[in-house]
Design a protein around this ligand. Structure first.
Ligand code: 5GP
Ligand code: ZN
Length: 131
């Protein structure tokens, strides 16, 4: 059983900040900022595309609730992040969204994307069958 399923089953402890029938939100054990929270569906899916639509909707509703709960920490902004598969930085194979409050006095608040690469947008458009 994956580590987040164990948290859902209360087999390992976590600082839970919100819970309902379908979703759970708890503090990240290695916070990148004060209030860094993970939001997960209780059911185990590895990646976002695998989620049934209703589960994705429930997860989104919980993300919004958690953003509101975290307002009590008075952040100046926040990131919402979801990594899918190891190549994209996913370490725990149970879908999760990071909510990372950001504060004006942080040294490295901005999450860095990888460098821009040379991709021909016309070629991509062809592959996607768009104009
Ligand atoms: P990923 O790299 O998969 O997007 O993020 C996984 C996150 O899960 C990391 O930020 C990591 O600190 C967090 N994490 C890993 N194991 C545990 C745990 O047992 N408890 C909690 N609360 N967070 C965890
Ligand atoms: Zn799991």
């Amino acid at each position: 059983m994956c580590i987040f399923c164990k948290i859902v089953n209360k087999e390992i402890p976590a600082k839970i900040i919100y819970e309902d029938e379908n979703t759970l939100a708890f503090l990240d054990i290695n916070p990148r900022s004060k209030g860094h929270t993970l939001v997960i569906p209780k059911e185990h899916y590895e990646t976002f595309d695998e989620l049934p639509e209703e589960t994705a909707v429930n997860l989104t509703k919980t993300i919004k609730k958690v953003v509101n709960i975290l307002k009590s920490l008075n952040p100046d902004g926040y990131n919402i992040l979801n990594n899918n598969k190891p190549i994209a930085g996913q370490e725990v194979p149970h879908v999760h969204f990071h909510i990372i409050p950001r504060y004006n006095d942080e040294k490295e608040a901005v999450i860095k994307f990888s460098e821009p690469v040379n991709v021909d947008l016309d070629e991509v458009s062809k592959e996607l069958n768009i104009e």
